[in-house]
Design a protein around this ligand. Structure first.
Ligand code: SF4
Ligand code: SF4
Length: 175
C-alpha cells in the first residue's frame, strides 16, 4: 500500500506553519520573496468554526487523478503517486477527479520564447526529493501530522485478521 501524510484535527491549531514549510521545501525562494501569487502549498489548511486541519494527497491505490490524465503526467512511483514534471498540459481533469481537492494547478509565467506560460499539476509528493520525513511533519508545533507507512497498514490489518480468527476459534460455529 502507498504511504501518505494525514493530520489529526484534534491537535491542529490552524497556524499554517505546515503550509509555509511545504512551500519552502519545494521552491528555491526565501521567505521574504514569497507573494500571494507564489504561495502554493501542497497541503491546504481547512479552517471552520468546528475544525482545522490541512488536507493533502492520500496517494490513492487506484488514483482517480492518474486514471483521467491523458498525458500520463501522474504515475505510481514506489509507494506513492507522483506528478511527472513537464508533462502536465493544465487540462484540469485531475482536479475534477480528486475526491479530496488535493491537487492543484500552478501557472508559471514564462516571458522568454514564443510560449508565454507553463503549467504544472502540484500535490503532496511526500518530500521525495529531500531526506527524512516530510517538511510539514517536521515543523508542526503540535505534532498534528503523521506519515502513515502503507506497508505497516497491511501488517496491522493482517494482525487484526489473526486476532479475529483467534477469537472465532472459541465460538460455537467452530466446534
Ligand atoms: S503546522 Fe500543525 S498545527 Fe499548524 S496548521 Fe499545520 S497541522 Fe495544524
Ligand atoms: S491527488 Fe487526489 S486522486 Fe490523486 S492520488 Fe492524491 S488524493 Fe488520490
Amino acid at each position: 500500500m502507498n504511504d501518505f501524510v494525514i493530520a489529526d484535527p484534534e491537535k491542529c491549531i490552524g497556524c499554517r506553519t505546515c503550509e509555509v514549510a511545504c512551500v519552502m521545501a519545494h521552491g528555491n525562494q526565501s521567505l521574504e520573496s514569497l507573494t500571494v501569487e507564489t504561495f502554493s502549498p501542497r497541503l491546504k489548511l481547512v479552517k471552520t468554526i468546528n475544525i482545522s486541519m490541512p488536507i493533502q494527497c492520500r496517494h490513492c491505490e487506484d488514483a482517480p487523478c492518474a486514471r483521467v490524465c491523458t498525458e500520463h503526467a501522474i504515475q505510481q512511483s514506489g509507494s506513492s503517486v507522483q506528478v511527472i514534471a513537464g508533462k502536465c498540459v493544465g487540462c484540469k481533469a485531475c482536479l475534477m477527479a480528486c475526491p479530496y481537492g488535493a491537487i492543484d494547478l500552478v501557472i508559471k509565467r514564462v516571458t522568454d520564447g514564443e510560449h508565454s506560460t507553463a503549467v504544472d499539476a502540484v500535490k503532496c509528493d511526500l518530500c521525495q526529493s529531500t531526506q527524512g520525513e516530510p517538511a510539514c511533519i517536521k515543523v508542526c508545533p503540535t505534532k498534528a501530522l503523521y506519515l502513515i507507512d502503507g506497508a505497516k497498514i497491511a501488517e496491522r490489518l493482517q494482525n487484526k485478521r489473526k486476532r479475529a480468527a483467534g477469537s472465532a476459534a472459541g465460538m460455537p460455529g467452530s466446534l
